[in-house]
Design a protein around this ligand. Structure first.
Ligand code: SF4
Length: 348
């Protein structure tokens, strides 16, 4: 097998001129604190940079060091995470902070194997922390880097089967200099130039050696296995409000969708939430009240299914345990429940 060649200098030159300034980023030879790299990488899973920045700034203001985060209550961390989705990530984040603080004196392991032993850290995240925070020559291939390398080397195997081949190419081209900058340079370049649609091949500093550019196949790469259509689910959320403007909410079970989050009672959309029969919508209500249907539904897309949520409303005083009645703080609700509240509050 031939060793791939890649214009590393051109990528670094591009990065030095056009790379983004991000609050968790440092430039070689300076290395970003592992706490910041880890926090940003966990937040960036399934979420775009623009959304993550205010959350990152908020977390590091509240908890400047990892042991501050470890000492925070889980409820507090979950509430600060609200809106970022995938709540298991927040629970693992808090658990990992506890382990780093208690078992590693507040310092992250510097190698991929040690990092992978922490909750919520998979191979990509471990590689990214090892490279970006510790300057290790680890493999860091996210969807952006996949795109650039699949195009540059014209890899036509569909993803995800192509991952091993792309990872091997990455290891071949990984330069000995600036190991923390290299993956970040490729990611920024992928975002700004080698974009999914209309890549900027005309002004691209890699164009001379790019196999997809030569073959005219840039936009067709990387090839992706056909997406399965998402199943549709239907559910209902119950919003009861009392005369003091408080609503009835429950903390969801730790395991499962929106685990550990405060939410309106709901039914039908996960196996744990009970059955929902749209013909008899109030059968799964949390308590008897003069329920009525809101005229609108809520739509929300999860990784594995799309949800249409009906919303039932009632004015009611004193049902259920008193500690279940809360003033609504939308910023502390998961996005689905924030949408439910937006519908409800128009009509209550
Ligand atoms: S020439 Fe086009 S496809 Fe190739 S790396 Fe540059 S932008 Fe991407």
């Amino acid at each position: 097998m031939t060793i791939a060649s890649f214009p590393v200098t051109a990528i670094f030159d591009w990065y030095d001129r056009h790379g983004r300034s991000l609050p968790w980023r440092r430039r070689w030879p300076e290395l970003a604190p592992a706490y910041h790299v880890w926090l940003s990488e966990i937040m960036l899973q399934q979420t775009v940079v623009a959304t993550v920045i205010p959350y990152f700034l908020d977390f590091t203001r509240r908890w400047p060091e990892i042991c501050d985060l470890a000492a925070a209550g889980q409820d507090e961390v979950m509430a600060a995470w609200a809106g970022l989705g995938y709540y298991a990530r927040a629970r693992n984040l808090h658990r990992a902070a506890g382990i780093v603080c208690a078992e590693h004196e507040g310092r992250f392991p510097a190698d991929v194997e040690g990092l992978r032993r922490l909750p919520g850290i998979g191979p990509y995240t471990a590689g990214a922390i090892a490279a970006i925070a510790f300057g290790r020559h680890s493999t860091v291939v996210d969807g952006n880097i996949e795109r650039v390398l699949a195009r540059y080397f014209a890899i036509t195997t569909p993803l995800p089967a192509a991952k091993a081949e792309i990872g091997a190419r990455y290891d071949e081209i990984l330069p000995s200099e600036r190991p923390s900058d290299f993956p970040q340079a490729l990611m920024d370049f992928a975002n700004a130039v080698c974009t999914p649609r209309n890549p900027g091949c005309g002004a691209c500093p890699l164009a001379g050696g790019c196999a997809a550019r030569r073959a005219g196949t840039a936009e067709a790469l990387p090839v992706k296995a056909p997406k399965k259509t998402k199943p549709q689910r239907r559910g209902i959320a119950f919003v009861a409000i009392d005369s003091r403007g408080r609503t009835f909410m429950e903390t969801r079970a730790e395991r499962g969708m929106l685990g550990g989050m405060l939410a309106f009672p709901s039914a039908g959309w996960t196996p744990d939430d009970g059955v929902y029969d749209p013909e008899n919508p109030f059968a799964s209500a949390p308590f008897g009240a003069d329920w009525r249907m809101a005229g609108e539904t809520v739509s929300h897309v999860f990784t594995h299914f799309s949800l249409t949520m009906d919303v039932a409303l009632a004015e009611h005083d004193g049902a259920g345990p008193p500690e279940n009645w809360h003033p609504v703080r939308p910023a502390r609700l998961p996005t689905l429940m924030r949408k439910v509240w937006t519908v409800a509050r128009r009509q209550l």
